[in-house]
Design a binder for this molecule. Structure first.
Ligand code: FES
Length: 195
């Protein structure tokens, strides 16, 4: 019988090994790997536009700060504005309201903060807070003319009876925190930029 000599090709080796090549990788595995790689590229191609859609557009960024002219707000008055689609209370305190806020023993508060910590230096009379109750997010009363201010003279949330004082600090009821003070700066003595 004649001997057969020569070098086996990878295909021949694979055929002899039941489809497994010299490197141990079967051709079907290669096809699977290639398919998965293309799927990976496809997924990345889909994800990238989604991520860029999730980034805030320029008009949303422009909305992220709000300029408010406070010159017409008299002591004892407040206005409601909108900041990032949520109500914002801008209130000019009377000297009596400032005195009441300063007279409170801070250690007795659930969320201890002084009025000075909640306002800007030199503008203690200008109290700017979100108009969103820190319990479950209702809009408290007390900013508009004629609305009740609750027993501590600030804001009252009728949803579950939270009362805030003249520094918008929680004094009674289920709300856990004071009304939030957003970031803001005075851009002039009569204009604040919130956000
Ligand atoms: S949401 Fe204001 S007290 Fe519940």
């Amino acid at each position: 019988m004649a001997e057969t000599t020569g070098t086996a090709t990878p295909e021949a080796t694979a055929a002899a090994n039941g489809g497994v090549g010299e490197d141990g990788v079967r051709r079907r595995d290669f096809i699977n790997i290639a398919a998965v790689s293309f799927a990976g590229v496809g997924a990345a191609a889909v994800v990238l536009p989604l991520v860029s859609q999730m980034a805030p557009s320029s008009d949303v960024l422009a909305e992220s700060s709000t300029e408010i002219d406070i010159s017409a707000i008299e002591p004892g008055q407040a206005i409601k504005a909108v900041f990032r689609k949520q109500p914002l209370f801008v209130r000019r305190l009377t000297p009596k309201e400032i005195k009441e806020a300063d007279a409170v023993d801070i250690s007795s508060l659930r969320d201890p903060q002084t009025l000075e910590e909640r306002t800007k230096e030199g503008h203690t009379d200008m109290l700017i807070t979100m108009g969103v109750c820190t319990h479950l997010g209702c809009v408290p009363l007390g900013a508009a003319e004629g609305e009740i201010k609750g027993e501590f003279g600030g804001y009252f949330c009728p949803c579950h009876g939270s009362s805030y004082d003249t520094a918008a600090r929680i004094r009674k009821g289920p709300a856990p925190k004071n009304l939030e003070v957003p970031d803001y700066v005075f851009t002039s003595p009569s204009v604040v930029s919130v956000g």
